[in-house]
Design a protein around this ligand. Structure first.
Ligand code: ASP
Ligand code: MG
Length: 422
């Protein structure tokens, strides 16, 4: 039996009817048995669902938002299907279910679990529409609920995978189906040991593709994107980007660690461990080779730029003329861990510890409240964290010419700068 191939289509590749038609065209000559297709929610659906959740949390009316979201999906379907197609009542059903869930009470305390029950509707809708469209185009695929495959713990919104159980599910439930038909499923979602919906973190569909690949001993994973492959900088921010034809797993992992959004950071590890190559290709030019990420004996040293937006710089100053000691760092890290906040950059001086973190709902205020008795705390919001690998000094100077630099740190291959527009 041939080995499984996995294709992952993100939100941009299913953002409207033309995109779904394009997806079908890509699959037309490539689809065979032993194929898994992973799809994300359509366009910005997940963000819209997050808005609905935040309105619900504030006890405000979200009916307009939900009507718009439903119309968005129905409009796509009107372009793809005849009026009597079964997809229309199915979408109505999903929205009835969504509203049913949204009728439950929400609070800051149950927010994460509540979030996971709601947010996956984007993937359920999208996978249903794409599956029906492929079948309508005579490309027969089976629909699979990813929550029946991907087992996680109960860490809602950031669930950790139970690899053993997931592998067992893939081998016993998914494999036999794959021998008959290609299977289409959702990224991002899973379920905990009690069967409650969980999610793997925003943009987690790439990770789902990697989990399924590792659990099925797949031949390869291909992520279809609106860029030609992995570039040395974000083309939405920089004009003169260079495409990597291949990248070492390590290099790719490092880029994602610093915030390159082309691939979800957790995607590389399971593939590298299993030696499964990852292709990043353009759904606009599917014939082009894109980038192959695999085991390279010699990694390149091209300058690579990663920009992380919405960063907060927090400085903790020890009071009463003491100096920074290990116990201070420990105190801060304990709280960061509790709040699930990752430090993107750390710098210590004699009397202050500075950290750079992502801006996240409620998190900063909680951090400040916990530590205000131990430190004098200052913070700046709305910053950018720039990471440059293998920096070229002239290019680096240009990168900060219009900016105020708040913090800077360099090692042999990596320069990090916290900047703010002047
Ligand atoms: N739809 C989810 C998100 O936007 C997962 C994904 O796109 O990978 O975060
Ligand atoms: Mg998405």
């Amino acid at each position: 039996m041939t080995k499984t191939q996995i294709y992952k289509f993100g939100g941009a590749s299913v953002k409207d009817a033309a995109a779904v038609k394009n997806l079908a065209k890509i699959l037309r000559n490539r689809l065979r048995n032993n194929f898994v297709i992973v799809v994300s929610a359509m366009g910005k659906t997940t963000n819209h669902l997050e808005t609905i959740l935040s309105l619900k949390l504030k006890d405000q009316d979200y009916s307009v938002n939900s009507t718009i979201l439903k119309a968005f999906h129905l409009d796509i379907c009107k372009e793809l299907f005849p009026a009597e197609h079964v997809i229309f009542p199915k979408i109505e059903n999903y929205f009835i279910l969504l509203h049913h869930e949204l009728n439950n009470p929400i609070s800051k305390d149950n927010y994460d679990e509540y979030y996971d029950r709601i947010i996956g509707f984007g993937e359920l809708l999208s996978s249903r529409i794409v599956m029906e469209y492929l079948c309508f185009q005579d490309l027969l695929v089976l629909w699979q609920d990813a929550r029946e495959l991907i087992c996680t713990d109960s860490d809602f919104r950031f669930a950790k995978v139970d690899w053993e159980k997931t592998r067992r599910n893939c081998q016993t439930q998914l494999k036999p189906k794959l021998e008959q038909f290609p299977v289409l499923t959702q990224g991002f979602i899973g379920s905990d040991p009690k069967g409650r919906p969980t999610t793997l973190g925003r943009e987690g569909s790439d990770f789902t593709a990697a989990i399924l690949a590792a659990s099925l001993d797949a031949a390869s994973v291909t992520i279809w994107k609106d860029v030609p492959g992995v570039l040395n900088a974000d083309p939405k921010i920089f004009s003169d980007t260079v495409l990597f034809s291949e990248l070492d797993y390590q290099q790719a992992a490092e880029m994602t660690f610093y915030g390159a959004s082309v691939i979800h950071p957790k995607t590389i590890k399971p593939l590298a461990n299993a030696g499964i190559p990852l292709f990043v290709k353009s759904f606009i030019n599917p014939e082009e080779a894109g980038t192959k990420i695999h085991n390279l004996s010699k990694a390149g040293a091209a300058q690579t730029i990663v920009v992380k937006k919405d960063q907060i710089l927090v400085s903790f100053k020890v009071t009463d003329f003491a100096f920074i000691e290990e116990k201070h760092i420990h105190l801060i890290y304990e709280q960061l861990q509790r709040l699930k906040l990752r430090v993107n950059m750390l710098q210590t001086s004699a009397i202050t510890i500075s950290i750079v973190i992502d801006s996240q709902l409620f998190k900063l205020e909680q951090l400040l409240a916990e530590l205000k008795n131990d430190f004098e705390i200052r913070y700046n919001e709305g910053l950018e964290l720039l990471t440059v690998l293998h920096a070229d000094p002239a290019a680096l100077a240009k990168l900060i010419s219009d900016y105020e630099v708040l913090l800077e740190q360099s090692t042999r291959n990596t320069t990090q700068i916290v900047r703010r527009l002047k």
